[in-house]
Design a protein around this ligand. Structure first.
Ligand SMILES: C[S@@+](CC[C@H](N)C(=O)[O-])C[C@H]1O[C@@H](n2cnc3c(N)ncnc32)[C@H](O)[C@@H]1O
Length: 344
């Protein structure tokens, strides 16, 4: 009975996820943020949505305790702390990205069924656009919170080089949030974001222009094994090395275009190769997305590896050493990520 209760709780959360995604995409949480108590009619007015739907959505929010209901005034309140998590994309606690990913992931179920049976992959580019936006939004808060303030300073000598003016490659950059955060912080340096997914690169270019950073940032469609330019003082891999079918090839290429005394920064999920260590909410989220997104993506690239996102530090380190990057150090870790300082 206890286990049944757990699964019923999980299925309730899985059903509620669609409402949470709708709340983000339709601007419902944003309209409630800082607004104080609102009736369903007032919220419908603010969002331009149909009151009957908004009322039903609010009932689901109350049931999940995301929103508080006051029966006296028939009003609904999104507490400020909840707004930080649900309504503020600039907040390090913003957690809507994973919900944006859900529809794309659930839509891949048929392809995954076939992949499990045949051993073929489900390529990154095969997903619907919400996946790419969702992944970028999922990772961004962690980068906002930690990249410039903690992760770069934890790498030996890197901040001094970035302040003086360095050339940086951000490999598998997706929407390029990591590239843009670094470019904002280090105006003397030049940043090149590379990803093999064209639509993500286009989104990254748009954001660079919007943020007025096009003078120091470029984004190009390129594979991790073949991006151009160098020598680079810093080459970064944010939450992508395990998604590649040939992470060894990518690191060999990085070694070739790395400046003398250059650094590779490898950011990976904070997961363990031991399944028992992943029995926690973060481990659960990562292992679940590994089976349905990361591993199938690598399988589609036809090897030689398909690591999944919890291959563990030893496997990654061995691949790096074989690629000629023999100095490997765990620089810093957060609840979600481990950051490695890797050199020749
Ligand atoms: C999980 S996403 C991470 C994106 C971004 N670094 C971030 O942190 O938001 C993995 C990225 O790796 C890219 N990717 C996968 N295989 C690649 C390859 N062989 N060459 C270049 N990019 C690749 C995907 O297009 C995707 O943008």
């Amino acid at each position: 009975m206890e286990f049944l209760g757990r699964v019923v709780t999980d299925s309730g959360a899985a059903f509620a996820g669609l409402s949470t995604s709708l709340g983000g995409r339709l601007g419902l949480y944003a309209a409630m943020a800082g607004a104080g108590p609102l009736t369903s009619l007032q919220l419908a007015d603010r969002t331009g949505l149909i009151e009957r739907y908004v009322r039903e959505w609010l009932a689901a929010q109350v049931a999940g305790e995301y929103v508080r209901y006051d029966p006296d005034g028939d009003t609904y309140l999104l507490p400020d702390e909840h707004a930080t998590v649900l309504a503020d994309p600039a907040s390090p606690a913003y957690a809507i990205g994973s919900f944006t990913m859900l529809q794309a992931l659930y839509r891949s179920e048929e392809a995954l069924m076939a992949a499990f049976r045949t051993g073929e992959g489900v390529g990154w580019e095969q997903h619907v656009p919400e996946l790419f936006e969702g992944v970028a939004t999922f990772f961004r808060p962690g980068y906002v919170a930690s990249l410039v303030a903690e992760w770069l300073p934890a790498l030996n000598g890197v901040v001094a080089k970035l302040e003086a003016g360095a050339l940086v490659a951000d490999v598998g950059c997706g929407y390029g949030y990591s590239t843009l955060l670094m470019a904002q912080a280090f105006p003397n340096s030049r940043f090149r974001g590379f990803d093999f997914h064209g639509p993500s690169i286009e989104a990254a270019r748009r954001m660079a222009a919007e943020q007025g950073l096009s003078d120091r940032v470029t984004f190009e469609v390129a594979t991790a094994q073949g991006f151009l330019g160098g020598p680079y003082q810093l080459i970064t891999f944010f939450d992508c090395l395990h998604d590649l079918g040939d992470p060894g090839g990518a690191l060999r290429h990085a070694e070739e275009v790395l400046a003398e005394d250059g650094t590779c920064m490898i950011v990976e999920p904070n997961t363990s190769a031991n399944p028992l260590d992943n029995i926690n909410p973060v481990g659960r989220a990562f292992t679940a997305t590994s089976a349905t997104l990361c591993l199938p993506s690598a399988m589609a690239q036809e090897g030689p590896h398909a690591l999944g996102n919890h291959a563990g530090e030893e496997v990654m380190r061995t691949i790096a050493v074989e690629a000629g990057l023999r100095t490997w150090k765990l620089a810093v870790e957060t609840v979600t990520n481990r950051v490695y300082d890797v050199k020749r």
